[in-house]
Design a protein around this ligand. Structure first.
Ligand code: COA
Length: 416
């Protein structure tokens, strides 16, 4: 069975997290991803947050599966020639260097297009055109500048970043969609194009509902926010909403049995209107089904914090999995707060390939997150990340077309 992106070759100039997330996805779908790394140095994350001395970090291994590694000094004379050949031979080029780096290497978009008009050139930057376009950006900067931090956390606390890497991995995901869209377009036109994704834009896209709320504020208080029920006035901007659901069905994180000692003994509980009667029965408040102060979603809006306090008295008597077992058959949407330990050990995630054990020649076995996107005709197998320069000679010979003598010369010059 052929993979969906088989035959697509990717010149992968990415590093750290945002770009590598994107090219790893393309590799999982079958593209031949050739990661270019500086000789002797490589992607900085190989050495960051190391848990085992002199071994590629989990940061690197978990973002660079299914790729080949070619070391290349793109600023040396031989390196520039090899790089030009790679541009000719590849379908897609992806980079997430700081603004201007690719131009300084001598390969601006105009030149790439000239070398290979079919090339799809994709890049991640912190910001799009405007006052901040020259800035370097990391994950949490994007979370702050894209609207996530100002809307995350509790009303009485500071802006908060989230553990989900929406700036880096979120932008990488957006970029991957841009690339496959451009590949589809190339099928019809024969021409490549430029794909750009700014981290600020990607985060803002993921915070779309908060921009929705910003505009709703002009027409009155946001009644589904707990602060409405608490009588706290709204300011000019979308506030932090704690654990409010963000949708039309109120929700909150509630304590479960063991919360005093277990930091994750909590459940997310949604009081979906359609199952209000079942919720009332469960928590021992059958009278709320007919009480005009509680019977309709509108009537409940100013009492949401109180309602969740009462539901919590019930959830505190059960462990988080019991709450889910009881609520699911009643169609009450809820979910336990799962720790990374629990997720790593969850058999169903192992069975679907979402959590995978990988063998690595210098590290031994480690756990990783596999491809979350499942294609029926193009399943992903997770192949360990490459060692630095592991495929240099192989790529120079088979893709670039160098002879053994030319490869030896490139090594001698320190170009690879
Ligand atoms: N051969 C020769 N030189 C190479 C090379 C190679 N194979 N690979 C990288 N380099 C050089 C670059 O040319 C650049 O040199 P220059 O600045 O002298 O032109 C240098 O290495 C490093 O590039 P840079 O991107 O500036 O790295 P950094 O470590 O200083 O910054 C980021 C890291 C992530 C902040 C920055 O790359 C960035 O803002 N990227 C865009 C946004 C982004 O993706 N951020 C999230 C990362 S998860």
């Amino acid at each position: 069975m052929g993979k969906a992106l088989e035959g697509i070759r990717v010149l992968d100039m990415t590093h750290v997290q945002s770009g590598p997330t994107c090219t790893q996805l393309l590799a999982w779908f079958g593209a031949d991803v050739i990661k270019i790394e500086r000789p002797g140095v490589g992607d900085a994350t190989r050495g960051q947050l190391r848990d085992i001395p002199n071994v590629d970090s989990l940061y690197f291994t978990m973002l660079n599966h299914n790729k080949r590694s070619l070391t290349l000094d793109t600023k040396s004379a031989i390196g520039k020639k090899i790089f030009t050949r790679l541009i000719e031979e590849c379908d897609v080029m992806v980079e997430n260097f700081a603004p201007g780096v690719i131009d300084r290497m001598g390969f601006p978009w105009e030149k790439i297009q000239e070398i290979n008009p079919r090339m799809i050139y994709a890049s991640v930057k912190g910001f799009g055109p405007g006052p901040y376009e020259d800035c370097k950006v990391y994950e949490n900067v994007a979370q702050c500048t894209g609207g996530a931090a100002s809307t995350t956390g509790f009303l009485d606390g500071p802006p908060t970043v989230t553990g989900a890497q929406i700036g880096d991995s979120g932008t990488g995901l957006h970029l991957a969609l841009g690339i496959v869209t451009a590949l589809y377009h190339r099928e019809r036109t024969g021409r490549g194009q430029r794909v750009e994704c700014a981290m600020q834009d990607a985060v803002l896209n993921l915070c779309r509902v908060k921009m929705r709320d910003q505009q709703r504020l002009a027409h009155g208080p946001l009644k589904e926010y707990s602060q409405y029920g608490q009588g706290i006035p709204f300011g000019e901007a979308t506030p932090r909403a704690g654990n409010d659901s963000g949708g039309g069905q109120p929700g909150w994180i509630l304590k479960c049995k063991g919360w005093e000692t277990d930091p994750n003994a909590y459940v997310y509980f949604i009081t979906q209107a359609a199952v209000w009667g079942s919720i009332c029965d469960l928590i021992g408040k059958p009278e709320w089904k007919t009480d005009p102060g509680y019977a309709t979603p509108d009537a409940r809006l100013d009492k949401i914090p109180h309602i969740f306090d009462v539901i919590e008295e019930w959830t505190k008597t059960l462990d988080k999995f019991e709450v889910m077992r009881i609520c699911n058959p009643l169609n009450i949407p809820c979910g336990p707060v799962l720790s990374m330990k629990e997720l790593a050990e969850e058999p169903s995630l192992r069975a679907t390939g979402t959590v995978v054990e990988v063998d690595h020649p210098t590290r031994g076995t480690y756990l990783t997150v596999g491809n979350p996107i499942k294609l029926s005709a193009s399943p992903s197998e997770v192949v360990r990340s490459p060692l630095l320069g592991e495929h240099t000679d192989e790529v120079l010979r088979t893709v670039v077309g160098l002879s053994d003598e030319e490869i030896a010369a490139a090594h001698q010059e320190g170009a690879v």
